[in-house]
Write a protein that binds this ligand. Structure first.
Ligand SMILES: Nc1nc2c(ncn2[C@@H]2O[C@H](COP(=O)(O)OP(=O)(O)OP(=O)(O)O)[C@@H](O)[C@H]2O)c(=O)[nH]1
Ligand SMILES: [Mg+2]
Length: 450
C-alpha cells in the first residue's frame, strides 16, 4: 500500500489495497505528496528507449542522468533496461515482450518502482502499472519530486505545486477498479463520483495557486520597472543544472548562496550587485538550472521567475567543461531559453570547472568568444569580467525616454538608433523603453528620464 506516512490518506487511494508495491505513486489525490517515497530508499528499475535514427549512446547518457536524478530524489537504481524501437507503443510505451522482461527484473531485484526516461501518457502509465503491479513513473515525475524537495520560498513552493497538480490532473484515477479504461459513458460507478470530486478540488487549488503567483509576479514587475528606470544592466547566469552557476555568483559577488553537488540545488533566483572593472554596476542573477527534457509543466509554472532571464541584458551561459557531453548540455539549455522567450538575449558562453580538465583540451566548438573559468580557483574571472563589460557596452543600456507628441522625429530617431522595448503614452508624451548603445543614449540624453 503506497502512502506517505504522516499525510492524510487521500480518498482516491483508499481502496487501492490491490497494489502490493511500496512506491509513492499509487495514491493520487493528495495535493503535494511525492511520486517517489521518502520515508525509505525506493528500489528502482530504469527504462530507456532508443528510437529509430537516435544514437544509443545518448540513451545511455540519458539513463546515467536519470540515475543521478533518482539518487537526488532519494532512491536507488537496481537495474536498467533499454529497447530500440521504431516508435513508442501507444499503450505501453515499450513492446509487450519488454514489459515482461521488466517485470522479471523487478521481481528479481524486488523493485518498488519503474522509471521511464520519457514522459508516459496517462494511459501508458495506467497500463504499465497494471501489468507490472508496481508504480510506473517518468522522468518528469522524478524532476517534479526533486523540485518539491528543494523549493523553499513561498513562490517556489507554489510554482512547484502548480506544476505537480497540472501533471497529476490528467492522471487522476480511482485506486482499484480499472473500469475507466474498459468502461466509458454509462458505466460510472461510485468511484468515479469521487474522482470528479478530486478533479474539482485539484482544479480549485490550481486556480488559487495561479492567482497567488500572478500577485507575486505583479509585485516583481513593479520592482523591475523601477530597476530599469535606474538604467542598471542586468546579467543572468543560466546553464545546465550543476554546472556551477551558484558557485560562480558567489565568487564574483562574494556571496554565499547555496552550492551543492546535487541537481537543482537552486530554485529561487538570487540577485547580487557586481561592479565591473570599468566601474559599471550591474545586477547579477543566479537562476534555476535546466536539464534535458525539462518538464513543460515546470517551464510554465516558473515562467514569471524566468522572466529575469528573458529581460536580462546579457546571459552568462555556464557550461561544465569537465562533463561528458558539454555540447548536448549547451543545446538543451538553448532550447529552454527559446521556450521562455530568451532566445534573442545576447549570450556569453562560460566554460566552468576548467580546474578539473587536467590537461584535456576544452571542447570550445565553434564559439571562439567563449571564456574559460574555474569558479573553484578563480582562474579566468578577470577575462570574464572584461568580456561582460564589452558585451554590455556593445549591446547597450535600457533607458526610458519621454518624447512630446509634437516631436515625432525624435521618436523615429530612437527607433533607428536602438531597439524599442515598450511604448506608452501619458500627458507628457510618449514614454519609451529602449535599448540604446552609449553613444545614442548620450545623443538622446535630452529625452532620457531618471
Ligand atoms: N572543481 C570545481 N567544482 C566546481 C566548480 N564550480 C562549481 N563546482 C562544484 O559543482 C557543484 C555544483 O555547483 P553549483 O554552483 O551548486 O551548481 P549550479 O549550476 O548552481 O547547480 P544547480 O543550482 O543545482 O542547478 C558543487 O559541488 C560545486 O562546488 C569549479 O569551477 N571547479
Ligand atoms: Mg545553483
Amino acid at each position: 500500500m503506497a502512502e506517505t506516512g504522516n499525510r492524510p490518506q487521500s480518498p482516491a487511494g483508499r481502496d487501492a489495497e490491490a497494489e502490493t508495491h511500496r512506491g509513492g505513486f499509487g495514491t493520487h489525490g493528495g495535493e503535494s505528496e511525492a511520486f517517489i517515497e521518502r520515508t525509505f530508499r525506493e528500489k528502482i528499475v530504469l527504462v530507456g528507449v532508443t528510437l529509430d535514427g537516435a544514437d544509443p549512446a545518448r540513451t545511455d547518457a540519458a539513463l546515467d542522468e536519470l540515475a543521478q536524478l533518482i539518487d537526488t530524489a532519494g532512491a536507488d537504481e537496481m537495474g536498467r533496461l533499454v529497447q530500440r524501437r521504431r516508435a513508442p507503443d501507444p499503450s505501453t510505451y515499450i513492446g509487450k515482450g519488454k514489459v515482461d522482461e521488466i517485470l522479471e527484473l523487478c521481481e528479481e531485484v524486488d523493485a518498488d518502482t519503474v522509471v521511464f526516461d520519457d514522459e508516459l501518457s496517462p494511459a501508458q502509465q495506467f497500463n504499465l502499472e497494471k501489468i507490472l503491479g508496481r508504480t510506473a513513473i517518468d522522468r518528469t515525475a522524478v524532476i517534479l519530486d526533486i523540485f518539491a524537495q528543494n523549493a523553499s520560498s513561498q513562490e517556489g513552493k507554489a510554482q512547484v505545486e502548480l506544476a505537480q497538480l497540472r501533471y497529476r490532473l490528467p492522471r487522476l484515477r480511482r485506486g482499484r477498479a480499472f473500469s475507466q479504461q474498459a468502461g466509458g459513458i454509462g458505466t460510472r460507478g461510485p468511484g468515479e463520483t469521487q474522482l470528479e470530486v478530486d478533479r474539482r478540488r485539484i482544479q480549485r487549488r490550481i486556480h488559487k495557486l495561479e492567482a497567488q503567483l500572478r500577485d507575486i509576479a505583479k509585485n516583481r514587475s513593479v520592482q523591475s520597472r523601477s530597476r530599469r528606470r535606474s538604467a542598471q544592466s542586468t546579467v543572468a547566469i543560466v546553464g545546465y543544472t550543476n554546472a556551477g552557476k551558484s558557485r560562480l555568483l558567489n565568487l564574483l559577488t562574494d556571496s554565499e548562496v547555496l552550492v551543492q553537488n546535487r541537481l537543482f540545488a537552486t530554485l529561487d533566483a538570487a540577485t547580487r550587485r557586481l561592479e565591473l572593472p570599468g566601474g559599471e554596476r550591474v545586477l547579477l542573477t543566479d537562476t534555476v538550472g535546466f536539464i534535458q527534457k525539462l518538464p513543460h509543466q515546470l517551464v510554465e509554472a516558473f515562467r514569471s521567475t524566468l522572466n529575469v532571464v528573458a529581460e536580462a541584458d546579457l546571459l552568462l551561459h555556464v557550461v561544465d567543461a569537465s562533463g561528458p557531453d558539454p555540447d548536448a548540455h549547451i543545446a538543451a539549455v538553448r532550447q529552454v531559453l527559446r521556450e521562455i522567450g530568451a532566445g534573442a538575449v545576447p549570450e556569453l558562453l562560460v566554460y566552468n570547472k576548467c580546474d578539473l580538465l587536467a590537461g584535456r583540451d576544452i571542447p570550445l566548438g565553434a564559439d571562439k568568444d567563449a571564456i574559460v573559468v574555474s569558479a573553484a580557483t578563480g582562474e579566468g574571472t578577470d577575462k570574464l569580467l572584461a568580456a561582460m563589460a564589452d558585451e554590455l557596452r556593445s549591446s547597450g543600456l535600457i533607458v526610458e525616454l519621454v518624447v512630446p507628441y509634437a516631436r515625432g522625429e525624435v521618436l523615429a530617431a530612437i527607433q533607428r538608433a536602438g531597439h524599442v522595448l515598450a511604448t506608452d503614452s501619458d500627458e507628457n508624451g510618449y514614454r519609451i523603453q529602449a535599448r540604446l548603445d552609449e553613444a545614442s543614449a548620450a545623443r538622446l540624453s535630452e529625452w532620457v528620464v531618471g
